[in-house]
Structure formats: C-alpha cells, structure tokens
Design a protein around this ligand. Structure first.
Ligand SMILES: C[S@@+](CC[C@H](N)C(=O)[O-])C[C@H]1O[C@@H](n2cnc3c(N)ncnc32)[C@H](O)[C@@H]1O
Length: 351
C-alpha cells in the first residue's frame, strides 16, 4: 500500500455557528425545504438562503419579534382609524391582496381576517414561523425580484419596511411588476421609516451615539449598493411606474414613553421595544461588511449596539424616527392616454 497524504482537518467544522455542515448534514432525507428553513449562520444570527444575494436582516426569533413590534407600532399610530392597516380605498370586497416581503406575515394575517372573502398572499424569502393562520391567507416563499407567476390580478399590493432590500434597478422592477399585476383602478401602498433619529427640542446631545447612528448605518447601506432610503425614494419610484392619485402621510414614531399624548406614548413604548430587539440585527450585517473606515468586527458591533441601547434608555432624550406611508392607484386604460399629455401627477399630502 502506498502512502497517501494525510487529509487536513478543517478547524472551522467544529464551530457551533459554522454553516457548511448544518446539524442534519448526514441525513439522506434532507430536503431543499429544510435547507431554506435552516438558513445561513453568521456572527451568531441566521440569514435567509433562498437568494444568492444577501439580505441585510437576519431571520431568527429576535428579528421576528422586531417585525411584530413594528406591526403593532404602525397600528397604534393609526389606531384612531377604522382600518389602521392601510389607507388605500380598495372598497369592501377585494378578492386578491398581496404583501411583498411579508416577514412574519402579521399584516397579511390581519388583512385576511378583515376580508374573509379575499385571498391574501404574503411572500418572503424565508418561511415565517407561523403555526396558525386564517384559511384565506397564503404565505409563500419566493424571491419577489424574480418574474411573478401569480395568475389573478390584485386589488392591493402592500410593502412595509422593505428599505435596503433592493438596488435602484430592482426597485424599478418591483414597482413595474406591481403595476402589471394590479387590476386597473387597484392600489399599491408602502410604509417606510428612515434610520436617523429626530429630536425637536435639542434634548438629544449632538455628540451622542444615537445622533450619529443614522449617518453610520445609512453610509454602510449605501456602500452595500442597497440604500436605506426607501422612505425618500418610494413616491418617485411609484410615480415613475405609472401610478396616479398619489397620497402621502408622514409620521413621527417616538422612541420611549416620553410623549404626553396617550397614543404617542403607547407608540413610543412599543417602538422602544422595537429598537431594543431590532438594533443588533439592523447593525450586524451592514457594519461587519460595509462599516467605515473598514468593516467592523462582530465584537465592535456588539459594543456599539450596547452603547446605543444604553442611550435609548435615557428618558430625557426625546427621540423619534420619521416614517411615511404612500398609496397610489393604477390608472384605468382610458386615463393612461390622457395622462401621457399631462406634465406631472400631483401628490396629495395628508395631515
Ligand atoms: C424588515 S422586514 C419587513 C417585514 C414585513 N413587511 C413587516 O412589515 O412586518 C423585510 C422583509 O422583506 C423580505 N425580503 C427581502 N427581499 C425580498 C425578496 N427579494 N423577496 C421576498 N421577500 C424579501 C425579508 O426576508 C424580510 O422578511
């Protein structure tokens, strides 16, 4: 027998968070489905594995907790309305509704409950950890950037907190697919928030970490090629795709219980939890890959997040984030020709 080289051992194979050999790698029955569920582990967080491109946010319990808090926050901010879930006037009898990037599916599930005769689809790169949902709600795993295969046109397509999901070109593709897949006269609606912290009374010190966090995280997102600025660009993207009857509603989402107003105080308390559970996930991918002046280490990110959390707990900082909702209508065929002659579509801003 001739000597053969000793096979070198990969020292990483024994690491708990190594993603090359997931714990069921020996199983002969491992399916594609379970590999999608497993995702990819990095820096102690789980990420989606459906798209070959990365998506910045992890898909794990803290992320789903964060989505749930944001859902509740959006509802509280519109709780004086009969329908706090969306503003597009789609009537009483929609038949098909789509939620793009549905996350945990909270919005899709609530809308399915609201319209029991409609089919409400939620689509995401990762299967949501949901054990029960209304029979008219369908949660699907797919990449929204790929050509859509749904047959029935929709009455409403909804997007929420999808910022940094796509490049500018991909956003154009998304809005075009929305336009093409809506019934004439049907609606698109999008709700986005902006990362930088606002403060109207100077209570947030200029030299605080919270004050510079917006620049830090938005710079990293910009370097990643997928900006965190959807709130600033969505109205124009929607208009460019051909939508009309464009409405905007701006909000300030307080962080912490500091507002006097009861509704805003409640929103602030939920938003505080939203930030506590979300911060690490919002920072980890972007800063370890695109942080300045060089990518940060996991430990640097953890220290940064802990400093941000500490500042957030200061009850004297009257901080908030800006958010905006846009809803717009796909024109009827007879409107399209007339629109071509018109210079610009007017935007209606709601108080
Ligand atoms: C910040 S979360 C928001 C979740 C949900 N819209 C909400 O408001 O609760 C963004 C979601 O978009 C999903 N996403 C990102 N890119 C996607 C794509 N190309 N196709 C489908 N979903 C995508 C992510 O997996 C993530 O669950």
């Amino acid at each position: 027998m001739t000597e053969v080289d000793i096979i070198a051992v990969d020292p990483n194979v024994y690491q708990a968070d190594d993603n090359q050999y997931p714990d069921d790698w020996q199983s002969e029955t491992t399916s594609i489905g379970s590999s999608i569920y497993r995702g990819l582990m990095e820096n102690g967080r789980r990420y989606q594995s459906l798209r070959s491109d990365d998506y910045l946010l992890p898909v794990d319990d803290p992320s789903f907790e964060t989505y749930e808090a944001a859902h509740l926050l959006a509802i509280i901010m519109d709780s004086e309305r009969d329908n706090p879930l969306f503003r597009a006037p789609i009537g009483e009898n929609p038949t098909h509704i789509l939620d793009l990037g549905t996350g945990k599916g909270n919005w899709a599930i609530d809308v399915a409950d609201m319209f029991p005769t409609a089919t409400v689809r939620g689509v995401d790169l990762f299967p949501p950890p949901i054990t029960w949902m209304p029979p008219n709600c369908v949660l699907e795993v797919d990449d929204a950037i790929q050509p859509w295969t749904w047959k029935e046109p929709f009455d409403l397509i909804h997007l929420r907190i999808m910022t940094a999901s796509w490049t500018d070109g991909e956003w154009d593709n998304i809005y075009k697919q929305c336009y093409d897949n809506l019934k004439p006269g049907a609606w698109i609606e999008q709700l986005e928030a902006l990362a930088p912290i606002g403060c109207d009374d100077g209570s947030l010190p200029k030299d605080s970490i919270l004050n510079s966090w917006g620049t830090t995280i938005m710079g990293s997102a910009e370097r990643s090629g997928r900006g965190l600025d959807a709130m600033l660009t969505m109205t124009e993207g929607i208009r460019k795709a051909g939508f009309v009857d464009i409405h905007e509603k701006k909000y300030k989402w307080p962080i912490g219980p500091w507002p006097k107003d009861k509704q805003l105080k409640e929103a602030g308390m939920v938003n505080f939890q939203h930030w506590l559970s979300g911060l690490e996930g919002w920072c980890m991918y972007l800063l370890t890959k695109f942080g300045a002046p060089r990518p940060w280490t996991k430990e640097e990110v953890l220290v940064y997040v802990s400093s941000l959390r500490k500042e957030l707990q200061n009850p004297h900082y009257h901080s908030y984030v800006r958010s905006k909702r846009v809803w717009a209508r796909k024109p009827f065929p007879e409107e399209v020709a007339a629109l071509k002659k018109k210079a610009a579509v007017e935007i209606k801003r709601e108080e």
